[in-house]
Design a protein around this ligand. Structure first.
Ligand SMILES: C[S@@+](CC[C@H](N)C(=O)[O-])C[C@H]1O[C@@H](n2cnc3c(N)ncnc32)[C@H](O)[C@@H]1O
Length: 262
């Protein structure tokens, strides 16, 4: 079971709906022809794969998290032309030019040293004239839930620092460079803002705990007293961001679209 399988319930509640807002924009920017062959790399619960299948595209979704992918497979059942497969993004097994478009939404920064190889693979399996699309959180916030966690931990003073987001690619230019390095041309990124919905302040740490476990700086060995103090500090950070009846924080995202040369 991967860390993403462990966080499945929290992901469904607190992340997938935000990813959906981003994938709606990514799908529009990709400008797909009807009935396109779409690859969703690091698909998770299908924030991109599901709306793409609903729009009539033939989607193949790959990920390493078997339980996330099983849930996505069930959700894709009404779309028999769309499928899921456990596969490593850095070693795609498809022949060259299999897809009209390859997407990775909030995926690439988890590939570690394999990012360049994964993007080159996405370009390889996309036909000439097709598009490769990637999305990632943008400066200055990075992933909003991690930023709030980082601020809460810093206020306590006795926890090791928790970085806001340690995976790079926060600048659109970094994403563009990465896609060009993978062999795409005309790679261009555009930032935009979404409202990220937050849990009730007092429940925020418990609700997001399994998401935080995946953060490289998150202390896995908090004492009960530290946990309680972090819970209170995080509640305070969430309350500070409450700008409406619903608890939200404004987050910035970059989407980069690269073209595969003809
Ligand atoms: C933040 S989630 C993004 C999920 C989905 N694309 C979305 O926008 O909601 C990152 C995903 O990357 C997957 N992942 C991480 N490393 C991977 C790899 N090497 N190959 C395939 N998937 C990977 C994880 O299992 C997880 O589902």
């Amino acid at each position: 079971m991967t860390a993403f399988d462990v966080m499945l319930d929290a992901y469904r509640t607190w992340v997938d709906p935000m990813s959906r807002k981003v994938t709606a924009v990514a799908l529009r920017r990709a400008g797909l022809a009807p009935h396109s062959r779409v690859l969703d790399v690091a698909a998770g619960l299908g924030a991109l794969a599901l709306p793409a299948a609903e729009a009539g595209h033939r989607v193949h979704a790959i990920d390493l998290a078997e339980q996330m992918l099983a849930a996505l497979g069930t959700a894709l059942a009404p779309y028999p032309e769309s499928t899921v497969e456990v596969m490593d993004a850095t070693a795609l097994t498809f022949p060259d030019d299999t897809f009209d478009a390859a997407f990775s939404m909030f995926g690439i920064f988890f590939f570690g040293d394999g990012v360049a190889g994964a993007l080159a693979e996405m370009r390889r399996v996309t036909r000439p004239g097709g598009v490769v699309v990637a999305a990632h959180w943008a400066d200055p916030m990075g992933g909003p839930m991690f930023t709030l966690l980082s601020r809460a931990a810093a206020r306590l003073g006795d926890l090791p620092p928790i970085g806001t987001w340690g995976f790079g690619f926060l600048e659109g230019a970094d994403l563009e460079r990465a896609l060009r390095g993978a062999g795409c041309t005309e790679a261009s990124s555009e930032p935009f803002e979404i409202d990220y919905v937050l849990p009730e302040p007092e429940r925020a740490l418990d609700e997001m705990h399994t998401l935080f476990l995946n953060h490289p700086d998150y202390p896995h060995d908090l004492s009960p007293a530290q946990h309680e103090r972090l819970r209170v500090a995080l509640a305070e950070e969430v309350r500070r961001n409450d700008s409406s009846a619903e608890l939200r924080v404004r987050a910035r995202v970059n989407i980069v679209v690269g073209h595969v040369p003809r």
